[in-house]
Design a protein around this ligand. Structure first.
Ligand code: DGY
Length: 327
C-alpha cells in the first residue's frame, strides 16, 4: 500500500474488472471510467491532465498532442499485446514509459484463430443461418461443401508468440504442413519446435490452403493483404485475420470473396472497427467476430492484472514488468 500523502494519480480509461480497479486504488488515487463511456478525445485528454499514469485498453491514442497536453504523465499501460495506439518514439522522446500485455493472451488468441479457420473452412455460420432460416429440408451430397483443415497447408504470416502457437496447433493437432513468413526467420530450433518451414510471402500465398495473419499493425504492415496478394491465393483458400484491422484491405477482400476468388475468410478485426465494411457484411462466405480474440475470463483478467502491475511496478518502484520503450 502506497503512502496516501504521496499517492500518484492515475486514470483508468475504460471499464475493467472491479478487482483490478480496487488493486490500483491500494496504490494510487484512481479516476476510473466505471460507466464505460467512450470519452471523446478532448475529454480523455482533459481527464488525463495531472495524472502520472493511464490504464488504456488499446483504443486510446497516445501521441505528441496528448504528451504535450499532459506533462505529468509518466506511464501508459496498455491492456493489450498490440500497441498501435501508442506513438512509442514520441513517448520515448517525452520520457513517458509505454507498456503492453504480451504472453498472457497467446494461447487464447491462437484458439480464436483456429475457431475462425474451422468455422470459415467448414462453413459453420453459413450452415447455422441456413438451418435457422428453415431452408434445410434434406441431406444432399453437395450441401455446404467446405475445405478440409486437417492435413492441409497452413500459411502463417507473422511468427511471434501467437503465430508459433497457431503453428503448434496446426502441425501437432491437425497434421498440417506449416509454412510461415516473418520479417526475420526463426532460429532453427524454434522452427523445429513448431514444425514450420520459412518461405517467401509470395510462395506462402500461392501454396497455402489457409492463410492466418498474426502480424502487428504498423505503416509497413498496412494492407499486407490487398488485391494483388489475394490474386495469388488459391480459389479454395481461406484467409483469417486475428491481428489488426488495416493489415487487410477490407474492400479488396470483400470483392475477392464476392467473386469467389478465394473460398472464405474469418475476421476478428477490421479497418475502422467497430464499423465493418458494408461489402463484407453482404458476403455470406465470411465469418465475422467483434475483436474477441483474447476474450475469456482468465485471459482478460491476466491482461488487466499485467497492465495494473506495470503501473504499480513503475510508479512505486521504477520497475515495470513489460516495458516497450527502447533502453
Ligand atoms: C491485443 O491484445 O492486442 C488484442 O487485440 C486485444 O486488444
Amino acid at each position: 500500500m502506497t503512502d496516501t500523502a504521496a499517492r500518484p494519480r492515475i486514470l483508468v480509461a475504460r471499464a475493467v474488472f472491479p478487482e483490478v480497479v480496487n488493486k490500483l486504488a491500494q496504490h494510487f488515487d484512481v479516476e476510473a471510467n466505471l460507466a464505460d463511456d467512450i470519452w471523446p478525445r478532448d475529454e480523455f485528454i482533459r481527464r488525463l491532465q495531472g495524472k502520472q499514469g493511464v490504464f488504456t485498453t488499446g483504443g486510446e491514442r497516445i501521441d505528441a498532442d496528448v504528451l504535450k497536453a499532459c506533462p505529468d504523465l509518466k506511464i501508459c499501460a496498455n491492456m493489450a499485446v498490440g500497441y498501435n495506439n501508442f506513438d512509442v518514439p514520441a513517448m520515448t522522446a517525452a520520457g513517458v514509459l509505454a507498456t503492453n500485455a504480451p504472453g498472457v493472451l497467446t494461447e487464447t488468441t491462437a484458439d480464436m484463430g483456429f475457431a475462425l479457420l474451422m468455422a470459415a473452412a467448414r462453413r459453420v455460420t453459413e450452415g447455422e443461418h441456413f438451418l435457422r432460416a428453415g431452408q434445410w429440408d434434406r441431406w444432399a451430397y453437395d450441401m455446404l461443401i467446405g475445405q478440409d483443415v486437417h492435413g492441409s497447408t497452413l500459411g502463417i504470416i507473422g511468427m511471434g508468440r501467437i503465430g508459433q502457437a497457431i503453428a503448434r496447433r496446426g502441425a501437432l493437432g491437425f497434421g498440417m504442413n506449416v509454412i510461415y513468413h516473418n520479417r526475420a526467420r526463426l532460429p532453427e530450433g524454434d522452427e523445429a519446435a513448431v514444425k514450420a518451414r520459412y518461405v517467401s510471402k509470395e510462395e506462402l500465398l500461392k501454396t497455402a490452403d489457409h492463410v492466418v495473419l498474426v502480424v502487428p499493425y504498423s505503416k509497413e504492415s498496412h494492407h499486407t493483404i490487398g488485391a494483388a496478394e489475394l490474386a495469388l491465393m488459391k480459389p479454395t483458400a481461406v484467409l483469417v485475420n486475428i491481428a489488426r484491422g488495416g493489415i487487410v484491405d477490407d474492400a479488396a477482400l470483400a470483392k475477392a470473396l464476392r467473386e469467389d476468388r478465394i473460398a472464405a475468410a474469418g475476421l476478428d478485426v477490421f479497418e475502422g472497427e467497430p464499423k465493418v465494411h458494408p461489402d463484407l457484411l453482404a458476403c455470406s462466405n465470411v465469418v465475422l467476430t467483434p475483436h474477441i480474440g483474447s476474450a475469456t475470463v482468465p485471459t482478460r483478467k491476466a491482461m488487466a492484472n499485467l497492465a495494473a502491475d506495470n503501473l504499480i511496478g513503475y510508479l512505486t518502484e521504477g520497475k515495470p514488468v513489460t516495458p516497450l520503450n527502447p533502453e
